[in-house]
Write a protein that binds this ligand. Sequence first.
Ligand code: GLV
Length: 327
Amino acid sequence: MRIAVTRRIPDAGLALLAEAAEVVVWPKSLPPNREELIGLTAGADGLLTLLTERVDGELLDAVPTVRAVSNMAVGYDNIDVEAATTRGVVVCITPDVLTETTADFTFALLLAVARRVKPAADAVLRGEWKTWEPLGFLGQDVYGSTLGIIGMGRIGQAVARRARGFAMTILYTDQAPRPEIENEVGARFVGIDQLLRESDVVSLHVPLTRETRKMIGAEQLRMMKRSAILINTARGGVIDTEALADALESGTIWAAGLDVTDPEPLPADHRLLRLPNVLVTPHIASASEVTRTRMARLAAENLLAALRGERPPRSINWEAVRGHAQS
Ligand code: GLV
């Protein structure tokens, strides 16, 4: 069996793969381009990808030996699942193992933005800490404020549980109310407009799909409070970047914390990065040592199971592929 891996991943995952297959790993830190990816994957039975690789019908047609693609991520907007299913290719992802780590980071961003941690620490580095200033770096209180969660899936719920410790009022919106979790996490279902109008912090936890692309645009930003903070640890494409930059520049909202951007990576000269009320991190919400190891191991287990013809622990089209094969 031959497996292609599109970047060096934690050793635990590579070791699992190496027990069962010949493994080729893309050696560079930047992603392979399309031609390089096809070259790396030629003749492989399985492909382990990251969210930086676009997997579509064209790629799968170029590497027809591939029977399974395992994405080391919970999000899979980089994969055309329908194209994979119709070609009999199993697609797997790594949910659950990163939920708590991502929720921790959502709070890290939220607290850092609300309390202006980055500009304050930068001022210290520049030697500007001369005295205790009654008016220096005034931020927004998180404790007791209202949090609006857009997308109450696994990560949204984990964020809500943390918010209870900060005595936050929690509003959420989703495709439908989720009464089974409302009591547990102490959240109230509202429509998106009400959520945007009433929240002090709006946090995004939806996948990137046709429906959610640019769901936060100029109109939605205008509904938010002028003191509001927008946090995105989901996917950059959920926000209209230019509309957000306008809103932050003009004071339509107070600040934003973005772990994901559109485009991604954000060019160093992008206008968003010149704004004092934006904190951008390089898509690191799941980046703890333990969690990245778990993600690598789960991605490897998924791939090996699929290649053995067994149900992978976390596949999104296993049944559909089998149904397709039988029809
Ligand atoms: C990271 O963004 C992931 O989807 O796992």
